[in-house]
Design a protein. Structure first.
Length: 361
């Protein structure tokens, strides 16, 4: 009898340990995801999904803090996509914002666009919005793996080996053909929250060990933008978010530094600079804040919903977190916030994100 009770007690402890471990793993997966994270018509020869009306919840809450628990109907989603594309078109025509929204379709832009010829899909990479998961989807579609779960994490970011060609690798005629006929999409999120994610990922956590962010880029920013520093302490002191904001908001000085930093700046340059959305007619613009409902419909719109699934999204990971934004910006002066907003205003306007008045005023 004594052995019986001892066995029951041991089983109880094992169950408690397993429950704790499972909750810990779920938390870590969610954090990793977030920080690395009807009718159709033809327009200009491109397969375009007639966009979706913004869901009632979105209209009632102007702050992108909502999270959908159910996937909307095809008709509802199409209406939202349509409204997003109409807003993008309207802002692109605004001459006063032209310098923030219009960029040429350069090699830098073409390098951001990944190609799946087999299913006629172009995906423009906008870092810090869960792009790793979309690249996994394309890798599966290209036939290298049968499911997203099989793909090693390090392979996704090895662009020499992951089998995803960039649009820049094609001839001008081939590029024009793909831009005019393929299904094209990209994902956006609140611009300031994306900057926080980039700062944490590259200058605080640095999970993939990319030493140049801490050892080269951070010291260069500190030298120019920290009001007092000692040269001997540059590497040890670490980049402050205030330094990062001053760098991003300094139009002239930043351009000179960005030439030095090269393509590493993709994690914080604007959506306009990354994907040229005023020059390229995209089929769909997804939002990170509504990815739970956008992802399955994007797969359907691209005609691949039966071939691959978007990886599971940890609960709450896409939710806009105003408290986090306020915390990070608490040490940033209003003048620096306004300069930062001046640079990213085009991103806020093109994709319907409300101005961060709680930081500006």
């Amino acid at each position: 009898m004594r052995h019986h009770w001892l066995l029951l007690g041991a089983c109880g402890w094992v169950l408690l340990i397993l429950m704790f471990v499972s909750r810990f793993i779920s938390f870590r997966v969610g954090d990793d995801y977030g920080e690395r994270q009807g009718q159709s018509s033809t327009v200009g020869g491109t397969k375009v999904v007639k966009p979706l009306s913004v869901f009632n919840q979105e209209k009632q809450d102007p702050t992108p803090s909502h999270q959908a628990s159910v996937v909307p109907s095809v008709a509802d989603w199409q209406a939202v996509v349509e409204e997003r594309l109409e807003l993008l078109s309207t802002v692109c025509k605004n001459s006063s914002l032209r310098n923030l929204t219009h960029v040429p379709i350069s090699k830098f832009v073409l390098d951001r666009i990944f190609v799946c010829d087999k299913h006629k899909i172009l995906f423009c990479q906008t870092p810090k919005v869960g792009n790793t998961q979309w690249k996994k989807v394309l890798i599966v579609l290209n036939g290298e793996f049968t499911s997203v779960e099989e793909i090693p994490e390090n392979l996704v970011h090895d662009h020499e080996k992951n089998g995803l060609p960039r649009l820049s690798s094609f001839t001008p005629q081939e590029i024009t053909h793909r831009l005019s006929t393929y299904f094209k999409f990209f994902i956006v999120r609140d611009p300031f929250e994306r900057l926080i994610s980039a700062f944490k990922d590259k200058f605080v956590k640095n999970p993939r060990f990319e030493p140049w962010y801490k050892h080269d880029i951070a010291p260069a920013i500190i030298r120019k933008y920290r009001r007092s520093h000692r040269e001997s302490d540059l590497a040890a002191s670490g980049l402050h978010f205030e330094d990062f904001v001053r760098y991003l908001g300094d139009a002239e000085g930043r351009r000179r530094m960005d030439r030095q930093f090269g393509e590493h700046v993709i994690h914080w340059v604007t959506y306009a600079e990354l994907c040229a959305p005023c020059e390229i007619q995209y089929s769909v613009v997804g939002h990170h804040e509504t990815l739970e409902r956008d992802a399955p419909h994007i797969l359907r719109a691209a005609g691949i919903e039966r071939l691959v699934s978007y990886p599971a999204i940890p609960p709450g990971i896409t939710r806009y977190n105003r408290t986090k934004v306020e915390r990070f910006f608490s040490g940033v002066g209003r003048r620096d916030v306004r300069r930062l907003f001046a640079r990213y205003q085009g991103d806020f306007r093109m994709f319907g994100y409300p101005s961060p008045d709680f930081l500006l005023n």
